[in-house]
Write a protein that binds this ligand. Structure first.
Ligand SMILES: [Zn+2]
Length: 368
């Protein structure tokens, strides 16, 4: 009897050891999920589920060129793509569309469990009927499902908003450093490789995160990083990173076309060194605040009449006039007909012999 008792713990020990060994050699199990849109609450337009053109399963990989078979990234994990949708900017998302997309995602995540990590790929400026901070709601519901041990790495647009609960429930977080967003794919890749490194090294969750709200809210037309002060503000970020001490830092300009408490600038940094993380975030937030009055529109601004006079006098082709107040690329409906009306009755334009393209008119019947 004594022998049996001795053998049994020994066997259990061997089983336990072999389990931990095999876990170490296994690749991390990482799910991919996220829905992305910037949706204006000041637009009469409404966005439905089909606007997201959601891709599921292996189709999700097509969003990410860095996950190509020869990328060196695809082989580093057991990827479990669930649902990812990306809509063009538009009006507020219906509650039904949001619930449907979130429920489908949660069901697929449940199927994919157990998980080591999640690549959470969102925009951050989604507005949903009857719900504040949808991205915060979404990540809380993911956490409730997968638990607190799973590492979540969130990738965002710099025009997104980071609520305290989104900051709290994500472990790693980043956003674009360029506007226009020429580094969108590079930023998503950074979110993925930082997640992989934390999982592969066994270092897991970064020890510290800093979240600093900055009470500034700029129109997108003032947030270009091709001109100052955005250019040097964002250019500081790489110099503040310091291996595991400060893994990443980011600045969110947020989104002015939604009226929620979360819509304001935010700076975040995270890493394993408390002091360095705090310092990096504080430096960026301080700089952002200091230059707040220096942001300018990327093009001259004026009234329509003066813009038309300039256009008629100019030899430049094409001469582009943008109606910022009804901008479909920022969620506007593009259905304000005032400008169209003014153009039709503009005699100097009619007599000039110049041609004009008016884009866009969201009414198929009217165009016919
Ligand atoms: Zn953006």
């Amino acid at each position: 009897m004594k022998k049996v008792l001795f053998v049994l713990p020994l066997l259990m020990m061997i089983i336990a050891l072999s389990c931990s060994n095999s876990n170490k050699s296994e690749k991390p199990r990482i799910a991919i999920a996220g829905i992305a849109i910037e949706s204006s609450t000041f637009s009469p337009a409404v966005s439905h589920e089909d606007a997201f053109r959601a891709r599921v399963g292996d189709e999700v990989f097509s969003y990410y060129p860095f996950m190509a078979p020869d990328s060196g990234i695809i082989n580093r994990a057991e990827w479990l793509p669930t649902l990812r949708g990306h809509a063009m900017p538009g009006g507020i998302v219906t509650f039904e569309a949001y619930e449907s997309l979130v429920t489908k995602t949660l069901d697929m995540l449940k199927e994919a469990m157990p998980l080591d990590g999640i690549f959470f790929d969102i925009h951050g400026a989604m507005s949903v009927q009857g719900l504040d901070d949808p991205e915060g709601d979404f990540i809380v519901r993911i956490r409730e499902l997968v638990g607190s041990d799973v590492l979540i790495s969130t990738s965002m647009d710099l025009h997104g908003s980071v609520s305290p609960r989104l900051a709290q429930h994500t472990d790693l977080i980043t956003c674009y450093r360029l506007a226009p967003h020429e580094d969108a794919i590079e930023s998503k890749k950074r979110a993925v490789t930082n997640l992989l490194e934390r999982l592969e090294s066994g270092k897991g969750k970064p020890a510290y995160k800093a979240w600093i709200p900055v009470p500034i809210l700029l129109p997108g037309e003032k947030t270009s990083t091709r001109i100052e002060p955005g250019k040097s503000l964002y250019a500081q970020i790489p110099d503040l990173l310091d291996g595991d001490r400060v893994i990443d830092a980011a600045i969110w300009m947020s989104y002015p076309w939604a009226d929620e408490p979360r819509n304001h600038g935010v700076v975040m940094a995270y890493g394993d060194d408390k002091e360095a993380v705090g310092k990096a975030a504080e430096q960026l937030a301080r700089r952002f605040w200091d230059v707040r009055r220096a942001f300018e529109f990327v093009a001259p601004t004026t009234y329509l009449e003066e813009a038309l006079e300039k256009a008629l006098a100019s030899d430049m082709k094409p001469f582009i006039i943008s109606d910022m107040g009804d901008n479909p690329t920022a969620g506007g409906a593009g259905d304000v007909t005032w400008t169209l009306h003014e153009l039709f009755k503009h005699s100097a334009l009619q007599k000039s012999g110049k041609t004009l393209i008016y884009a866009s008119i969201p009414g198929a019947e009217l165009v016919k």
